[in-house]
Design a protein around this ligand. Sequence first.
Ligand SMILES: [Zn+2]
Length: 66
Amino acid sequence: MILIIGLLLAVAAILILRPWERRSCRWRQDNRKLADGRVLFTCAACGAELALPRGREPKTCLAGER
Ligand SMILES: [Zn+2]
């Protein structure tokens, strides 16, 4: 019985965390690294860096594009 409950908890944790989805990027705007008028965003989750024109924000994660 405990085994079944543990299995259910594991499945629930996998479904909630969804490790296969890499959309959990937490982009932070880095104001110290301005270059060419663009804004540099760094992801606190995977460490990806992305430079975008001012006023835009990254919406996708770059973790899988390396
Ligand atoms: Zn990321």
